[in-house]
Design a protein around this ligand. Sequence first.
Ligand code: ADP
Ligand code: ZN
Ligand code: ZN
Length: 673
Amino acid sequence: MAHCILPHCILRIALDTPLNSVFDYGWPHDQGSLPQVGQLALVSFGRREVVGLIVAIAQETEVAPDKLKNAIAVRDALSALSPQWLALAAFAADYYQRPLGEVALPGLPKNVRMPTTVALDRALKKMAKLAPPGDPAPVGMPALNREQQEAADAIGGAVGFTPLLLYGVTGSGKTEVYLQACAQVLARDPQAQILILVPEINLTPQLEGNIRARFPGLMLATLHSSLSEGERMLHWLAAHQGRARIVLGTRLAVLASLPHLQLIVIDEEHDPSYKQQEGLRYSARDLAVWRARQLAIPIVLGSATPSLESWHHAQTGRYRKLELRERAVREAVLPTVRVLDMERDKPKEGLTAGLLAALRQRLERGEQSLLFLNRRGYAPVITCEACGWISNCSRCTSFMVLHKPEHRLRCHHCSLELRIPRHCPTCGNVDLQPLGRGTQRFEEGLAAMFPQARILRIDADSTRKKGSAQEAFDTVHRGEVDILIGTQMVAKGHDFKKLTLVGILNPDTALFSQDYRASERLFAQLMQVAGRAGRAGNASEVLIQTRYAAHPLYSAVVRHDYDRFAGSLLEERRQAALPPYMYQALLRAEAPELATAIAFLEEARAILPSDAVTLNDPIPMTMTRVQNVDRAQLLAESASRPALQAFLKEWLSLLRAVKTRVRWSLEVDPLDI
Ligand code: ADP
Ligand code: ZN
Ligand code: ZN
């Protein structure tokens, strides 16, 4: 109902508030033009003025006439969000069990939903002055190999909702496939827009550079968390107005307004970063698939190690599998992977003789090496050998990590910081020892052993300053680094041309994790980091230092055998009734005392009996205490997604009525349980 004949109508407006988030406001027609669904409106809410989203226009309301407030203004300078976009937000709210306003409004840039329109008006001017979008004709496209060409044609030529899994070994040229498929779609439809998602903000500049080089005349918008609010609004508007033909972004870009969206690309689709881990805990990958289905357009999910969910869909035929078996650069062969047995080859400064020899050889040849370690800091803990004291965090079930260059102990969970104690707090012993090794300690050891080498560490600590990560990666690309040591930040996507050795340090802890996804993740991570080596054609090596040299996971990495490994993991999941054969939701509770959290979960468990959904025993979370708060969880699971969804709706409405001081939240399709 977009028009009405009464002297006023009722605007149903979603606001970014918890609980019930859609509110009715009046709109007298003499106040201005007729509002439309999908427009933004300024309203008073409590004592504030806020911007909300018109989700419906009605003629009647249950709000008493003397209570009904009128909306203050409608933002008619900004064109309405499309019904499809509203449906996407509504689906996300419904599926993840959150109020609509909490999903729809944070999906819009802050400057667009400010009470004043100064920033918005300025941007809309600016936008109006921009040159019309140029010619999207690509330049400098390399000839594709046969598999790449088939894949690009399959994507570019797909009609209707077509989910495609682009399964290609690292370096097989997936990016070229995306770009050529994009070229086909852009050439076919002069308005077509394409959404490309990458898991990490660090990967946007590389791909952005590639896209700009190939499509010099095309308007590209980027959406990720390190844009300023002003930039974000301009890019968002460029997408919303249909000017930006390609939108490149991280997970939050899945909610971009794209009126002419024709193709979605999800690069590294297996990456856990696609899952938002707070607030609305959505999976950008899953929402993207839903969006593609809704719009009846193709979507490509690319990976060398697809998630088991996507792999399963490809096996059952729901996704079409496109395979790239070889590296694209003819001389570039996959690296040789070897396992170095730390039980036999005892490490010195954490490095086995085998790895040291390989490093030395690279230095002599002037080639680059990468050492990968998923542990930042100098040492994960310090200890007193006299009395056994260890540096526990006083607020969390975790240790204070030694950060030597910063002269600090830091908890990575609550960010508590302390000066390094001069002596043991319990017995006064001055000889406190670091236990274990993080990136800083390896860096120190390497500098002592290879004084002539140029060593660079890249981790969250070394790249705190804005832009410093990019600067560090550029240094590597320019060949000004001999040995790069880094965390997962360096493992993904980067195309380091001079790298011929990858050393993987201490991956073993993940083998014995309680998390059933740990081995899937470790495998993906190892393949990913291994894939950084030998991309330009030099013979290259990956060396894995382990105490479990015979573990089947490492054997699979040695053989580059994702297929078989994924097959056996899927079989395990089937037998154990785990995802993707089971649908899960996790209710989390936080309280100052563990017993309070558990008691709440017990109550939640009893509140709604169900045959279709299993409610497991409440248990403390593995990391039970964080910042003086204890955390527990209850897992709900069902073999039927609709049954689980129906249950969650009813369950939540009952839970919301429970009077409790426990803080609780629900996550649908949790990744970490
Ligand atoms: P992936 O994303 O699959 O790991 P990339 O897309 O980064 O692989 O490609 C690896 C390298 O191969 C890049 O340097 C890219 O420029 C090059 N490349 C890809 N396709 C071709 C091709 N058809 N001809 C020549 N080089 C190519
Ligand atoms: Zn002591
Ligand atoms: Zn802590």
